[in-house]
Design a binder for this molecule. Structure first.
Ligand SMILES: O=C(O)COP(=O)(O)O
Ligand SMILES: [Mg+2]
Length: 221
């Protein structure tokens, strides 16, 4: 397998954003007269984009999906404004992410972000963390025709990077990332430290430390 480019998931893979997501969700809940949720509960609701996160944190239920009710619309507006005002208060890169991104960028490997987070958060977050310039394509949850687990955002990333999708490695922390990679026909590496349980989902490799990505890539480049 020859890897010519890499697409990274964002939340749970490059950055731990749970504290800021939980703060925004709880600020929304407080304004709606609801008690706070603990960050671990909010973490379990992350992965399918902001609308799902808002519906789930509003109802405190994994089964909740955004239906467009007046309550949900108000919750969405509140969440959006609180999260946009504090995208990187506590959000941090996981260990060794910056050094590996820098190494890959220096080597000239085309890099993309493929996240379910909406553009209005993804773009300023990458800028605030100082890594926006490392990426040749940024595909957010509302950039392509559909979100992960659809293949659409990965196919769009490959098109924008100008590489065949078979050589684009998808790196992610959740079932959605692995399924999207499989649906797109590209190799997949899962990280074990993120928000999803990935050990038995059929990724080509599961890594526990971000630096192990270099070894995986060097075996295929
Ligand atoms: O915003 C989300 O729900 C998850 O985002 P991710 O695709 O970067 O993990
Ligand atoms: Mg993720």
């Amino acid at each position: 397998m020859t890897i010519t480019a890499i697409a990274f998931d964002l939340d749970g893979t490059l950055v731990d954003s749970v504290q800021d997501l939980a703060r925004a969700a709880n600020a929304m809940r407080a304004e709606m007269g609801l008690p706070a949720l603990d960050p671990a509960t909010v973490e379990s609701y992350v992965g399918d984009g902001a609308a799902s996160l808002v519906a789930r944190t509003l109802r405190d239920s994994h089964a909740a999906e955004f239906s467009g009710s007046e309550d949900e619309k108000r919750a969405m507006e509140l969440f959006n404004s609180h999260y946009r005002a504090g995208l990187t208060i506590a959000t941090k890169f996981y260990p060794r992410v910056q050094e590996v991104l820098h190494t890959l960028h220096e080597r000239g490997v085309p890099l993309a972000i493929v996240t379910n987070k909406p553009e209005r958060f993804t773009l300023p977050l990458l800028r605030e963390l100082g890594v926006f310039e490392h990426f040749d394509a940024v595909i957010s949850g509302d950039t392509a025709s559909d979100k992960k687990p659809s293949a659409a955002p990965i196919l769009l990333a490959a098109e924008r990077l100008g590489v065949p999708v078979e050589g684009l490695l998808m790196v992610g922390d959740s079932k959605n990332d692995i399924l999207a990679g499989r649906n797109a026909g590209c190799p997949v590496v899962a990280v074990s430290y993120g928000y999803g349980e990935v050990e038995s989902l059929g990724a080509d490799a599961v890594i526990h430390d971000f630096r192990d990505l270099l070894e995986f890539i060097d075996s295929g480049l």
